[in-house]
Design a protein around this ligand. Structure first.
Ligand SMILES: [Zn+2]
Length: 275
């Protein structure tokens, strides 16, 4: 599932490709993708609107439209966009399409977990998808003090805490595991038991792992036919320290990396380095 760096990549590629284009017609093929709208309403909200820009908030992609509406998109497990010449056969599992005049933007989603909503742009921050999100990690509000205050109020294991988008925004399974490894924190440790220095390490580790991922994603080529389907190219997946490396040697100490399940999700860690 895409996390902040991957969603950022999709948003920036979309922005490059369709900023300034006009949506002539919007077709909702799978109504549950946008449960608040009938296909007719969906089109009525979007038709004839020019796309001002595309950006990201948390793991949501935001299409800012000229008609004072914002289309909110969550890719979830397998949502992706693609652009093709008008009249091209849509990809399998296309659940929505946007005719841009000569070209069509498709949203396809094999796993059917993707989500769209349309809200008034001046009420964007109050939208139910966004209103409870934690501050953006790279914004001023995501300070060490902020993180410590949220940690102190939570008795959950730190790994689960990090996945809670209302506490820390943008992390998923990969970057939570990596940030905990980088800050040498046992993923099972209770959030409210973290010392001040550990909370400081964690804060800078979160920023560091996200920053590195965004940096490495800059080399991903813009592919109009596959926006979000293949984040790092065929062989070019990033070099995680612990994520997906069960049984391999810890890059810091050589101990075998372990995997455990927390709240149904895999966590990878080194039991010697992470305390
Ligand atoms: Zn280790």
């Amino acid at each position: 599932m895409p996390e902040l760096p991957e969603v950022q990549l999709v948003a920036s590629h979309l922005d490059l490709l369709v900023r300034g284009r006009r949506i002539e017609q919007a077709m909702l093929h799978r109504q549950r993708l946008a449960p608040a709208f009938t296909p007719e309403d969906f089109n009525a909200q979007l038709a004839n609107a020019r796309i001002n820009s595309i950006c990201r908030r948390g793991k949501h992609i935001l299409f800012d439209l000229e008609n004072d509406r914002t289309l909110i998109v969550h890719l979830r497990m397998s949502g992706r966009f693609s652009i093709a010449a008008e009249g091209t056969e849509p990809p399998r599992f296309t659940h929505a399409q946007f005719d841009l005049g000569g070209e069509t933007l498709h949203f396809s989603d094999q796993r059917h977990f993707g989500f769209m909503n349309i809200v008034r742009s001046d009420e964007l921050n109050a939208a139910k998808e966004l209103c409870k999100l934690a501050p953006e990690p790279f914004g001023e509000d995501f300070s060490v003090d902020y993180l410590r205050s949220k940690l102190k109020a939570s008795s959950r294991p730190i790994k689960e805490f990090l996945l809670d988008q209302t506490k820390v925004c943008g992390l998923g399974n990969i970057y939570a595991s990596e940030a905990l490894f980088e800050s040498r924190i046992d993923p099972r440790k209770r959030a409210d038991r973290l010392t001040k220095p550990k909370a400081e390490f964690l804060h800078s580790a979160i920023l560091a792992v996200l920053e590195r991922a965004i940096e490495s994603s800059r080399s991903v080529p813009v592919e109009p036919g596959n926006i979000g389907g293949n984040f790092y190219g065929e062989q070019d997946s990033p070099d995680w320290s612990v994520y997906g490396r069960e049984g391999e040697e810890c890059p810091a100490c050589g101990e075998s990396i372990m995997r455990l399940k927390q709240a149904g999700r895999s966590t990878f860690f080194c039991r010697r380095c992470q305390r």
